[in-house]
Design a protein around this ligand. Structure first.
Ligand code: GLY
Ligand code: MN
Ligand code: MN
Length: 431
């Protein structure tokens, strides 16, 4: 009943410790309307509980080990806002050993802190709760002539949880494959629908329609739909421009399904045919992308992947006349950053930019089986760039897949959406 990841977290906790893991709150959008609720990622990972205003208290050695504080049942509020699991549901549906109304947390806090040497609590995320906990510890310290012992050490639970989240279980991978499949289908539908005269938001709407049709909660991040020079703006989200004949369209969109993200980018010609110049840039990015995907294996570091993409793109840009000089010098002086200014990719999971360390000291993290990462090189030639062949101005290309590292090499979760230029042209022409 308890999630396996919560059991594993308990195994990794220090002796004589307690963890306080809060969920998220509703976020006000304007006046009395709120954003659709999304649970805090760490809280969701451990508990699977999707209601706001909850706190999990976890103790590895004391029974009961897993206590939940939740919003109590409230027939009146539930008429407006929907069903709550309540105290009973937290136990019967979510496996808590005991549960209480959230309003009782403050009064019970001393009991959890007393005798724990280590408190796992992530400071700086929830100021009100920080205040409650710090005040309680401070109050308990004042009683040093009584047998009351507040924690001596506060440790960020992310040191355990985020490292666990880096390696995905079989159950998580199954969900992530579905999230990837949904996004792949959405991208294919967008390719089939694209034509000159449309607006970017029509593509955005079409993509997100497919997400919701398959039960995805929402996009995993604000979809990027950039036509023509808008594709050279990395975080372009206005999505209100026109799709013009002869331009490329860059679409970066992923679905959040059962709490897990997918993250796909494809770039394709609005009229269905790449021009010669577009094709040159596209094929160069694709070469870098495919070679880096092939490198996704245990032991390879994030830095090695990025470095390889830099080398391939730099050599290609020299051939195309986008850069001038010697390869080594361009790389040393980072001159490629004029056109390739972001990382090669990132880990993917409950968060689109998922948690986990990329460096241990100065050492780049090595991949291991069960890690899912994006591989997403790109080239962006802003329309006002000086000293580059005019035919390349205003071209932005990124190609992004989600790749699982396995002992048998890379497993691409997003193969269902084409990326070879010819395959893309074929798919667009089949509309
Ligand atoms: N869409 C965010 C990213 O690709 O990292
Ligand atoms: Mn993306
Ligand atoms: Mn990405």
């Amino acid at each position: 009943m308890i999630r396996p990841q919560l059991e594993e977290f308990m195994r990794r906790m220090a002796p004589k410790s307690v963890a306080i893991i809060p969920g998220a709150h509703d976020t006000r959008r304007s006046n009395d309307t709120h954003y659709r609720f999304r649970q805090d990622s760490d809280f969701f990972y451990l508990t699977g509980f999707e209601e706001p205003d909850s706190i999990a208290v976890i103790r590895a050695e004391t029974d009961p080990k897993y206590t939940m504080f939740v919003r109590p049942r409230d027939p009146e509020r539930e008429i407006w806002d929907g069903r709550r699991a309540g105290v009973e549901g937290a136990k019967s549906e979510f496996g808590a050993h005991e549960a209480f109304p959230i309003a009782e947390f403050g009064a019970k806090l001393e009991g959890y802190l007393d005798g724990a040497d280590v408190l796992y609590y992530r400071l700086g995320m929830d100021r009100e709760l920080d205040e409650t906990i710090i005040k309680e510890i401070s109050r308990m310290r004042g009683w040093n002539r009584k047998p009351i012992h507040p924690p001596q050490t506060i440790v960020d639970p992310a040191t355990i949880i985020h490292e666990m989240r880096v390696v995905k279980s079989a159950d998580e991978l199954e969900i992530m494959q579905t999230a990837a499949d949904i996004a792949a289908e959405a991208h294919c539908e967008a390719m089939k629908a694209v034509r000159p005269g449309m607006r970017e938001y029509q593509i955005e709407a079409l993509i997100e329609q497919v997400f919701r049709r398959h039960g995805a909660a929402a996009p995993a991040y604000t979809s990027i739909v950039g036509a023509g020079a808008n594709a050279t703006v990395l975080h372009y989200i206005n999505n209100d421009g026109e799709l013009r004949d002869g331009d490329l369209l860059l679409v970066d969109a992923g679905a959040e399904y059962k709490g897990y993200a997918s993250d796909i980018t494809r770039t394709y010609p609005i009229n269905g045919r790449f021009s010669q110049a577009q094709r040159e840039i596209y094929d160069l990015v694709l070469k870098a992308q495919m070679e880096c995907v092939e490198m996704v294996r245990p032991g390879v570091t994030h830095d090695q992947l990025k470095q390889h993409s830099i080398e391939v793109l730099t050599e290609g840009m020299l051939e195309l006349g986008l850069l001038e000089g010697k390869t080594e010098e361009i790389i040393k002086e980072k001159k490629y950053e004029k056109f390739y200014m972001h990382g090669l990719g990132h880990m993917l999971g409950i968060d689109v930019h998922d948690v986990g360390r990329y460096y241990f000291g100065k050492e780049s993290r090595a991949l291991e089986p069960g890690v899912v990462m994006t591989v997403e090189p790109g080239l962006y030639i802003a329309p006002d760039t000086k000293d580059v062949p005019e035919k390349y101005l205003g071209i932005g290309v990124r190609i992004e897949d989600d790749v699982l590292c396995t002992n048998n090499g890379p497993r691409v979760l997003t193969t269902k959406v084409p990326k070879q230029a010819q395959e893309i042209e074929d798919l667009i022409s089949r509309r």
